[in-house]
Design a protein around this ligand. Structure first.
Ligand code: F6R
Length: 239
């Protein structure tokens, strides 16, 4: 794992953009694995700015998102489909038909998403990390062999996300559909971004801890091309 520690969120976002831009510049038809949440918003802002100012094009790119809530409509303001359009897709020239997010709550929906990725390899998978070490919505205890599946969200994760649902945990969906860890690990390159002291324990377990389902992100120690970009607060518990 390559670990880069910088000062703050802005620097994390700038560094993450450098990694993303280098890849897309070299491979205009790159397959992008994308995440939602607060962590990659700055990266996405930089991608939009660069697209507008320098013309970097995503017209030949495809994207596959990690996850989506179950039980809310795609057009719900808090769906990850809406999030991705508002925070990235509407600001760049990626084609709607090349954008993929998982959707649904059945085994068939999960298989269909895996099937849609069958003939592609994700060139770069953007990840955030949960305060409990989850990646995608793969909560602690999830087998590393899982592909796309339906998960029951842990109460802590729902609490973390209540801020997007009028601070009311009862409004946060209880289930999600997510790429599994086996799906994530197929990506050629992983770019994980994390900031803030509330991520320090998870970042430490991911990098310095044993590879264990107790910290799903620790599986990344087994991947041969991972770049972790963190701010000082998130890095504060690293050895
Ligand atoms: C989002 C996702 C989650 C988040 C994680 C961190 O698609 O898969 O694993 O990356 O919950 O969320 P933030 O960035 O909001 O702290």
């Amino acid at each position: 794992m390559k670990v880069i520690v910088v000062e703050n969120y802005e620097e994390v976002s700038a560094k993450a953009f450098e990694v993303m831009h280098e890849l897309v510049a070299a491979k205009p038809n790159a397959v992008l694995g994308l995440a939602t949440g607060s962590s990659p918003i700055g990266l996405y802002e930089n991608m939009i700015k660069d697209h507008k100012e320098n013309g970097t094009s995503y017209a030949a790119c495809q994207s596959f998102n990690l996850d989506e809530y179950v039980g809310i409509d795609r057009n719900h303001e808090q769906s990850y489909y809406t999030f991705m359009h508002e925070n990235l897709f509407n600001g760049i020239d990626i084609k709607e038909e090349n954008v993929h997010l998982p959707y649904g709550n059945t085994k068939e929906d999960c298989e269909a998403y895996e099937h849609s990725m069958e003939n592609v390899t994700v060139d770069i998978q953007v990840l955030g990390i949960g305060s409990n070490g989850h990646i995608g919505f793969n909560e602690p205890g999830t087998s590393f062999d899982e592909e796309t599946h339906i998960v029951t969200l842990k109460e802590g994760t729902r609490q973390d996300n209540a801020r997007f649902f009028e601070n009311d945990i009862n409004k946060v969906p209880t289930h999600a559909i997510t790429m599994g860890i086996a799906t994530i690990m197929k990506a050629k390159k992983i770019l994980l971004v994390a900031t803030g002291a509330n991520k320090a324990d998870a970042v430490s377990a991911m990098i310095d801890g044993p590879v264990s389902v107790d910290c799903p992100a620790s599986v990344l120690q087994n991947h041969n091309d991972v770049v972790v970009i963190v701010d000082k607060a998130a890095a504060s518990k690293l050895k």
